[in-house]
Write a protein of this length. Structure first.
Length: 94
């Protein structure tokens, strides 16, 4: 069985989720839909279709081996905004 992985950046407002290669891409979609001004929660989508916040995303990425040497960068280089300053020294959650 494959481990869950981080696949996309995402922003969520209630049940409405926009995804993209980074959070800026997500907000471009939000703006296009005329929804700027609402408070969205930033996070990531996983390979299991779950929306997770930054802290859980960091743990998922760690456990799946997606993190490069820098705890704020996925090895794919696709998503680089885990706000690594919040995780230094970075440790996976228990």
């Amino acid at each position: 069985m494959q481990k869950e992985r981080i696949t996309r950046a995402a922003v969520r407002l209630n049940d409405l989720i926009f995804t993209g290669v980074d959070h800026g891409d997500c907000y471009n979609q939000v703006e296009y839909e005329g929804l700027m001004g609402h408070k969205f929660k930033e996070g990531f989508m996983t390979s299991k279709g779950r929306f997770v916040d930054r802290a859980e995303a960091a743990t998922v990425a760690y456990e799946s081996g997606q993190l490069d040497n820098d705890p704020g960068v996925l090895s794919s280089g696709l998503l680089i905004d885990f706000h690594k300053e919040r995780y230094e020294p970075w440790r996976p959650t228990e």
